[in-house]
Design a protein around this ligand. Structure first.
Ligand code: ZN
Length: 340
């Protein structure tokens, strides 16, 4: 019997080690320790043993049983850990997974030019004002002394929302709004989008951007206007830049002028870029605010006078960066924008 027990013990050890899941392990437990299990049966035969054999065999049986239960428990723990490892691996979230990089946008050169211009005028003591893009006809035309027959009021040139509202055709109505609510002295600039009915080509777009400025105070003259714009142009394009004021007509200023600047390539000597004129671009329009405009906006032209000027930001941006086509400014193509 002792031999039988020793054989059983080594057999148990082997089977337990070969088991790969809980079900098999349970089957083995029943095989040895169940009601009809091999060890149970052996125990039942103990009664037939002699008085001398009983304590010796009894001790071995107990040892075998304890050893078996130990082995079962150990194997059970091992199997459980293996199962956990498999489950954890299966449920693992790979936080190092390679996702496509988030693309940050890029500022449009138009926006940058607009901010540069604003900064320039802020440094000269101007305030930046804003106004709506959908504007009253009254502010866009009437209060700016634009006669009813003026071509800019035509339906084919302007986007009308209704009889009384338009998409503003210039940023000048912002000046009207400021004059209506503020007593002089006024020293302001405004930038923003403007709209005119225009077919798209390399240099035209139905949407474009302007910056306009206005100064109203006592004793403001054309000399102040010319000096201010000369300072501005030199700061924008360089100290060597010269200006040329040509008489022009605008309904809201009198007298009015257009301003050319000297060619940045030849500094006025004449070259192919400027058609050998020495002058490159017509940069801005300006003039003394018309007394009718002042009066309609509640300012007494006998006490105050002022000047105003305006220019296209798209054009300045294109000339500054050598951009050949205005469409590029609006397409928001990253390959274009990233160059600035
Ligand atoms: Zn030139």
């Amino acid at each position: 019997m002792e031999q039988q027990l020793r054989t059983m013990q080594s057999e148990m050890d082997r089977t337990i080690q070969s088991v790969t899941d809980m079900k098999e392990l349970d089957a083995i437990r029943i095989k040895y320790l169940g009601k009809k299990g091999e060890l149970t049966v052996l125990l039942k035969q103990m009664g037939k043993l002699s008085a001398e054999e009983k304590p010796v065999i009894g001790k071995i049986v107990n040892e075998t049983r304890a050893h078996f239960e130990d082995a079962l428990q150990k194997r059970q723990a091992e199997l459980k850990q293996a199962a956990d490892t498999v489950r954890l691996e299966k449920e693992r979230i790979d936080i190092t997974v390679d996702r496509p990089a988030f693309r940050l946008g890029h500022r449009n050169p138009l926006q940058k030019t607009m901010e540069e211009l604003e900064e320039l005028f802020i440094s000269m003591g101007y305030r930046v004002e804003e106004g709506p893009e959908v504007e009253l006809v009254e502010n866009n035309f009437d209060k700016l002394n634009t006669p009813l027959h003026h071509p800019s009021r035509d339906l084919s040139d302007t986007f009308y929302f209704s009889e009384n509202t338009v998409l503003r055709t210039h940023t000048s109505p912002v000046q009207v709004r400021v004059m209506m609510r503020q007593e002089p002295p006024i020293r302001m600039v405004c930038t923003g989008r403007t709209f005119r009915f225009d077919d798209v080509d390399d240099t035209h777009s139905p949407m474009f951007h302007q910056i306009e400025g206005m100064v109203i105070d006592k004793n403001i003259s054309m000399a102040n206007l010319i000096d201010t714009l000369n300072v501005f142009v030199k700061r924008l394009l360089g100290e060597h830049t010269k200006t040329r004021f040509r008489p022009h007509y605008f309904p809201f200023t009198e007298p009015s002028a257009e301003v050319d600047v000297s060619c940045p390539h030849c500094h006025g000597d004449g070259c192919a870029a400027c058609n050998f004129t020495g002058w490159s671009m017509e940069l801005l329009g300006c003039g003394m605010v018309h007394p009718n405009v002042l009066r309609m906006c509640g300012i007494d032209p006998d006490v105050y006078s002022g000047f105003a000027f305006g220019m296209g930001i798209d054009r300045i941006t294109m000339v500054k960066h050598g951009i050949p086509n205005i469409r590029l400014l609006y397409e928001n193509d990253q390959r274009f924008l990233e160059q600035f």
